[in-house]
Write a protein that binds this ligand. Structure first.
Ligand SMILES: [Zn+2]
Length: 142
């Protein structure tokens, strides 16, 4: 009987997992159009949400007891703020959008040195080209 040698074992390199850049554990997020938007040290899912609109809160400035998140946002800021009605008043939102498809990604409430950035729920996906399940949430809201 000839010996059968499984050739599939020869070229098997699946054991060698690509090592993620070791020191950091950065998460990358993409617009629905696939453009790179955000790199951040923590998962967006782990960040607090705003009560008013469920936006994800990214702390952008250090304050007492809280460190700013390390992140880089690749989006186009709007020059003119948008006025949003909130309980007990209005809020100015300086929105930023995807540079490629102009989709609104999020906003900040101050044009310079904002304490927080807000990311709209469902605006970003961690997998390039995949629509997050949240993307259509609130579509029927009036
Ligand atoms: Zn886009």
């Amino acid at each position: 009987m000839p010996k059968v040698i499984s050739r599939s074992a020869v070229s098997s390199s699946t054991d060698a997992q690509p090592t993620p850049s070791s020191a950091t554990n950065l998460r990358v997020y993409y617009c629905l159009c696939g453009d790179f938007i955000l790199v951040i040290e923590k998962s967006l899912a782990s960040l607090p949400r705003r009560k008013t609109d469920n936006a994800i809160i990214i702390r952008a400035q250090d304050s007492e007891g809280h460190k700013a998140k390390i992140f880089k946002l690749n989006a186009r800021p709007a020059i003119e703020p948008v006025l949003i009605e909130r309980d007990g008043g209005h809020e100015k939102q300086y929105r930023f959008s995807c540079a490629r498809c102009s989709l609104n990604i999020g906003y900040q409430t101050s044009p310079t040195q904002p304490p927080f950035l807000y990311i709209l729920p469902g605006a970003l996906s961690q997998i390039q080209g995949q629509v997050p399940p949240e993307a259509f949430d609130g579509e029927n809201a009036t």
